[in-house]
Design a protein around this ligand. Structure first.
Ligand SMILES: [Fe+2]
Length: 267
């Protein structure tokens, strides 16, 4: 594994050979059913029963999972950005990796906890695939995500993909509200096997793929993140009105209740 750190337009890193090369070629990407209202359309989310079943039935994928979830990888990333994290009040030496899984409702919620950041972090990775029509426009991830990332499990050229590179964007009308206004593409990185592009998920860390104009195969990757349960990136208070702030909280509450009510109904 090799980590290359870059600073512009926001701190990020390129990590190559995440999975040892004697193991990586044995990983066969699963055939996923298309689902609506998910991130990429074809997804396998941590916390789902079928996610656990998939990794349990394939020893090679289980080994890969152990590497992606490992303290070694998580803390290598955190340590590489020690100074940037310190600016945010995060002391890398105090971080503790915990086993925490977001529920499907929490995945959609902006807030899942309101207490002070306790230096407890958790990671998740989800398998994703796309035919190029379901990719997200530039955005920043939830404010509880300290790092976000894309771990490619394909090669753009092999998939006949034009576009689809991982892009870092700059918002020309940046407001500090974690919403994109007028984003321009600054840097792109190609889809390459066994390569993780990871970034500090600051208020200005707008990221998203370059639009796909052609693809004959499938874009295959794992969404990767390192998070706290509390939001670690505070928006500029002047950028969101009190009314909008209240509305966001109400929507979070509605998603939380909806999920738990539907669980009660289905037992
Ligand atoms: Fe993202």
């Amino acid at each position: 594994m090799e980590i290359k750190i870059l600073k512009d337009p926001f701190p990020h890193a390129i990590i190559t050979e995440v999975i040892p090369w004697d193991l990586y070629p044995q990983l066969k990407f699963p055939k996923l059913q298309k689902r609506n209202n998910t991130r990429a359309g074809w997804d396998l989310f941590k916390g789902e029963k079928r996610y656990d079943e998939f990794f349990a039935q394939d020893p090679t994928w289980k080994q890969a999972k152990d590497i992606l979830d490992s303290e070694k990888l998580i803390f290598s990333i955190c340590r590489a950005f020690k100074d940037e994290l310190k600016l945010q009040g995060i002391d890398v030496d105090r971080l503790q990796l915990i086993d925490f899984i977001e529920t499907p409702a929490q995945l959609q919620m902006g807030h899942i906890a309101f207490n002070r950041f306790d230096h407890k972090i958790f990671s998740r990775f989800d398998l994703q695939a796309s035919d190029g029509t379901t990719l997200r426009a530039p955005h920043v991830d939830h404010a509880r995500r300290i790092f976000g990332g894309v771990f490619f499990l394909c090669d753009g050229e092999e998939e006949g993909m034009v576009g689809g590179d991982f892009g870092l964007w700059r918002d020309r009308q940046y407001h500090g509200d974690r919403r994109p206004h007028d984003c321009e593409l600054v840097v792109t990185y190609p889809a390459r096997h066994n390569t993780l592009y990871v970034f500090l998920n600051r208020n200005d860390s707008f990221h998203g793929p370059k639009p796909v104009s052609h693809i004959s195969g499938t874009r295959k990757w794992a969404y990767f993140s390192i998070s706290a349960r509390q939001n670690v990136w505070a928006t500029d208070r002047r950028s969101i009105s009190p009314l909008q702030r209240a509305k966001n909280l109400l929507e979070d509450g509605a998603r939380f209740c909806q999920y738990h009510l539907s669980n009660l109904k289905t037992g």
